[in-house]
Design a protein around this ligand. Structure first.
Ligand SMILES: Nc1ncnc2c1ncn2[C@@H]1O[C@H](COP(=O)(O)OP(=O)(O)O)[C@@H](O)[C@H]1O
Ligand SMILES: [Mg+2]
Length: 265
């Protein structure tokens, strides 16, 4: 126990930064060790933060997986909208599925989230990604992040990348590039992935789950002849998180976890 403490103290020291600098060929990300903050990035979903030590790790990549209609677009839009409104953190939404106009309309009509207003105030950006823009995505992210000083990023969804790029190797390579750039820019990223109706897997091409620091799955479960929405935190690095399947509901205020009577965590 004592040994462990003295070791971490040594590594965090100023002289070690210089020493580790020499090793950066083997460990290009080592500088990130020193900027890992204890502060969590709030999810924006009522009831979720307290079930995962206060939120996401800063600069992490979290996969939001689920079948169609389980609420992935709502979950991720809420992360960005509440990010600006409640936590003063600006965000970028990369949409491969819906047009920007559809997304703005849906969120405004369903929940009264005026994303256009946030765009005008330079707090929010939507990037409607067309197939020929994929290679340029890291560059576009750099530009947009600078433009609005963004802290949060959503990519909705990863499935489209697989369809456009064809094989899994190419998709994985491109995605690595994009997500590394997002980390480098200091963004905390949510990536959605569509799970096919008949599938038992997490995401369609199984690409993001290898890179993700966390996985949250949204689902429908059959209960008393009715289908109910639910959420499960399947993985969250460095985090003590709930392992329960939580019922969720979507109201005019967005998505929230339904607290069950007698439940502690
Ligand atoms: N204001 C609302 N109140 C309750 N449910 C809503 C509301 N708006 C949308 N929904 C539900 O959310 C679903 C769409 O969620 P969405 O995030 O688009 O799913 P996904 O992106 O996973 O396909 C709709 O099918 C509807 O059931
Ligand atoms: Mg969607």
């Amino acid at each position: 126990m004592k040994k462990k403490q003295s070791l971490s103290k040594e590594v965090a020291g100023e002289s070690d930064k210089k020493f580790l600098e020499k090793l950066k060929v083997y460990m290009p990300s080592i500088k990130d060790y020193f900027i890992t903050s204890k502060k969590r990035v709030k999810t924006g979903v009522v009831g979720l933060d307290e079930r995962m030590e206060g939120g996401y790790l800063p600069r992490s990549v979290v996969l939001i997986s689920g079948k169609t209609g389980t609420g992935k677009t709502i979950f991720t839009s809420q992360f960005l909208y509440k990010g600006v409104i409640d936590y003063n953190e600006n965000g970028i939404f990369v949409s491969t599925e819906e047009t920007a106009a559809d997304l703005l309309n849906d969120m405004n009509v369903s929940f009264g989230w005026d994303l256009l207003k946030l765009i005008k105030k330079n707090r929010f950006r939507v990037l409607q990604l067309e197939p020929d823009m994929m290679a340029k995505l890291p560059q576009l992210l750099r530009r947009l992040t600078k433009e609005i000083d963004a802290k949060r990023l959503v990519i909705d969804s990863a499935s489209m990348f697989g369809l456009y790029l064809g094989d899994e190797y190419k998709t994985r390579k491109e995605f690595h590039k994009i997500l590394r750039e997002a980390k480098r820019l200091g963004l905390t990223t949510l990536v959605t992935a569509e799970v096919l109706e008949e599938s038992k897997g997490l995401s369609r091409f199984g690409v993001v789950e290898f890179i993700a620091d966390g996985i949250i799955s949204l689902m429908y479960i059959g209960l008393a002849r009715k289908y109910k929405r639910a959420l499960l935190i399947r993985k969250m690095r460095r985090t003590e998180h709930s392992d329960k399947i939580h019922p969720i509901k979507i109201t005019d205020d967005g998505m929230e976890i339904v607290k069950l009577t007698g439940e502690e965590k």
